[in-house]
Design a protein around this ligand. Sequence first.
Ligand code: NA7
Length: 287
Amino acid sequence: MTTVGFIGLGAMGAPMAWNLDDAGFDLVVYNRTTDREQPFAEAGVSVADSPKHLTKRADVVCCIVSDGDAVAELLERDLGVLEGVDQDTTVVQMSTIGYAETMAAADLVTEAGGRFVDAPVSGTVGPAEDGTLVGLAGGETEVVEDVRPILDAMCEPVVHCGEVGQGTNMKLFVNLLLGDAMAAFAEALVFGRASGLDVETMRTVVSNGALDCPLFDSKGGTIADGDFAPRFPVDYQFKDLSLALDRAGEVGAPLSQTAAARESFSAARARGHGGEDMAAVIQPMEE
Ligand code: NA7
């Protein structure tokens, strides 16, 4: 039986790990803050005391942590993943990090003798719980196919985007579109409210035309209710727009809308809304 190591039991990682457990994989988990391991230990899931020990036990190591610095630390720290990697290890990096960070992580894993797939996911906590995240995999076909049953337990569908790094590029593409659309929707709502329209009526109009989409429906509801509990926080959307702009500079793609959207999320962070849902990008626009 395949043993899956899972690192990072945050808002996304915990439900993803539960889905691996439900799918019947032999699971071993690790989280930097041990409190988050507790529910898994209580359910009889193995808990490793370091990324190294998790990696030594696992055939496939999945990680989903905050950002590129966290991934680099996980790999390179004392008792980190790299100390446990051998020729039988495949690392599946699922955090949303930059392209250069992805390639650096891939180099470290392959130099240590292991195989590497980047497989960030599109979708927030609801799809993570339902196992319906969109998995965006980058890697050699044989390696992606080997880990596909593991990804299938967390994602539906799993899309093979190309070689290593293309999962990351696809994730930056989709979150760029997400951030730009969210900022544009917020701005339109600000205009409408300032003009005397109410959000519910605007939602109805949007949902009955060519602009109908789940994002506007759910975030329109968030804004109408004024409930900004995070499904996907402003801080992470700001990170992802920044990563997309970095990558755009490298490949020569002009992203003027994205640059403006990033500044809208930056304003929300500056006003203390970084931990709130991405829909809180509207807050500074109305203050
Ligand atoms: P959360 O809920 O903010 O969780 C972040 C996780 O990352 C959590 O397990 C953290 O451990 C872990 N983390 C952060 N920094 C480190 C370092 N340096 N070393 C080890 N572990 C670390 O994020 P989400 O689950 O919502 O999202 C995760 C990714 O998916 C992110 O890239 C999003 O953009 C998409 P902690 O519990 O704080 O010790």
